[in-house]
Design a binder for this molecule. Structure first.
Ligand code: CP
Length: 306
């Protein structure tokens, strides 16, 4: 039995297979419509979510399976003090696979140690968000035509943004990728990613504060919101929240083929006037998230569709 805690849990070859499967699902949805009949997915969300939880549920329903779960800790017995390890033992009696989001780093890993069904990390604190990374990889591969040989700007809250941490770990395994890390000083990428992942792997990167200074050279721009829920005080959040706002005027500095990604939700960091720009692919990205989660469910449940 396999779990998914980090994008590195899959080799590059396994990721290729998963992304190929997701692409086939996109092209031939009817072929997969009954693949998970009789199977159940539990979504255990101790933290708010729109895309991840509902795209997992849509994925399982698209595969002919069923879903159950909770969308906040308050509506589960966590509110009475139940531990994650006890909860997963019980959920293992009710479902075949589970996706868990939790505010504490490592909580899904603890669950996987006590589970008799595959556990998927659907985001743990400021740590990792591997299924967003799968979504991002599929989006880049489908929209850019390749995974490698590009300059990617990661912009916003690089300190608390778990999607950025997971994406960097996944991308360093592909050839010729140059990272431009764009953030205010206080929201720089943490040392455990900059030094232990980028520097140790001799990965090309540089840091910028001004988005305008990076834009002209980027093939991809990955915008992120400032993660209000991870700040220790509201004052700091208010000071940081509008540090970056991508608008039409700034986009005149960018390459006509540069893609704009965002894991969403967006707050103010991309002006809505950008949404109609052909380079903006963040809503397509949310759609790719369904295909890739369908592929992930099939892979972890070892369901083969001929
Ligand atoms: N991208 C993402 O994780 O969105 P949600 O928080 O809405 O799940």
């Amino acid at each position: 039995m396999r779990h998914l805690m980090s994008p590195l849990d899959f080799s590059v070859e396994e990721l290729d297979r998963l992304l190929n499967l997701a692409s086939d699902i996109k092209s031939n949805p009817a072929k997969y419509a009954h693949a998970c009949e009789g199977k159940k997915l539990a979504t255990l969300f101790y933290e708010p979510s729109t895309r991840t939880r509902l795209s997992f549920e849509a994925a399982m329903l698209n595969l002919g399976g069923s879903v159950l779960g909770f969308s906040s800790a308050d509506s589960s017995s966590a509110a009475k003090g139940e531990s994650v390890s006890d909860t997963i033992r019980v959920i293992s009696c009710y479902a075949d696979i589970c996706a868990m989001r939790h505010p504490k780093e490592g909580a899904p890993l603890v669950a996987s140690m006590h589970s008799s069904i595959p556990v998927i990390n659907a985001g743990d604190g400021g740590h990792q968000h591997p299924t967003q990374t799968l979504t991002d990889l599929l989006t880049i591969r489908a929209e850019k035509g390749r995974l490698g040989n590009f300059t990617i700007g990661l912009c916003g809250d690089l300190k608390f943004g778990r999607t950025v941490h997971s994406l960097i770990k996944a991308l360093i395994r592909y050839p010729d990728i140059r990272f431009v890390l764009i953030s205010p000083e206080e929201l720089r990428l943490p040392d455990y990613i900059r030094e232990d992942v980028l520097r140790k792997n001799n990965q090309s990167f540089r840091e910028e504060v001004r988005l305008e200074d990076a834009l002209p050279e980027l093939d991809l721009l990955y915008m992120t919101r400032v993660q209000r829920e991870r700040f220790f005080n509201e004052e700091d959040y208010v000071r940081m929240k509008d540090f970056y706002i991508l608008d039409k005027a700034k986009l005149t500095l960018a390459d006509p083929d540069m893609l704009i990604l965002h894991p969403l939700p967006r707050v103010n960091e991309i002006a809505t006037e950008v949404d109609d720009d052909p380079r903006a692919v963040y809503f397509k990205q949310a759609q790719y998230g369904v295909y890739v989660r369908m592929a992930l469910i099939l892979t972890l449940l070892e369901v083969e569709v001929c």
